[in-house]
Design a protein around this ligand. Structure first.
Ligand code: FMN
Length: 188
């Protein structure tokens, strides 16, 4: 028996993306975003409220970084999603996060996260009450500790968080259960 739940957007998995930008005074800000994802080989789409400091920073500078939140940094990742840099000037310091300037974009790289995408905004549009930003990923920085023997990012090592929207929980990406572009061949 199936039930209609109404217009509930239970879309899973949602990522936990930490977007970092520079404020007008040169200090760094960061926020948590679950409404985002890959759109094309080297592009990322974000849906942000116009009211966030991060959104204003991206509209002004057109450059930002996106780190993939991991289990080790769960509390700090939630904190930057709860408090606005508009009200809390020492937001990153309170979160225990540190930054260096990106080599490739005018945006901070948060050193605690092992995987960070450096992005340039190629489209910023207001749509459905949100600001929809598409960023081109110009470089990806990965800590050696999360790479496998082939030099690829290993999700078992990274332990990325996903946002469980029905329960408002964070989960860790689970075990490998199959091979994409391969297992379906059994039915061909
Ligand atoms: C789990 C989680 C997911 C979130 N996802 C989004 C999102 O996709 N878009 C958005 O505009 N805000 C989202 N937020 C809210 C912002 O992270 C939050 O308002 C933040 O304080 C904005 O910071 P800023 O004003 O310093 O940029 C999310 C918060 C949490 C905790």
């Amino acid at each position: 028996m199936k039930k209609n739940l109404g217009a509930k957007a239970v879309i899973t998995p949602l990522p936990v993306l930490i977007i970092a930008t520079y404020n007008e005074d040169g200090t760094a800000d960061a926020m948590n975003a679950a409404w985002g994802g890959q759109c094309g080989g080297s592009y990322i789409a974000l849906n942000l409220s116009a009211s966030h400091l991060t959104t204003e920073n991206i509209q002004r500078l057109k450059e930002f970084t996106v780190s993939i939140a991991d289990k080790n940094n769960l509390v700090a990742s939630d904190f930057v999603g709860l408090v606005s840099g508009k009200k809390e000037k020492d937001k990153l310091e309170k979160a225990g996060l540190h930054t260096v300037k990106s080599d490739n974009v005018n945006a901070p790289v948060i050193t605690e996260y092992p995987l960070t995408l450096e992005c340039k905004a190629v489209s910023i549009r207001e749509e459905l009450g949100e600001i929809r930003i598409v960023g081109e990923i110009v470089n990806t920085i990965a800590d050696e500790s999360i790479l496998n023997d082939e030099g690829k990012v290993d999700l078992d090592k990274l332990q990325p968080l996903v946002y469980d929207s029905p329960g408002h929980y964070y989960r860790v990406v689970g075990e490998k259960v199959g091979n994409a572009f391969k297992d379906g061949l059994a039915l061909k």
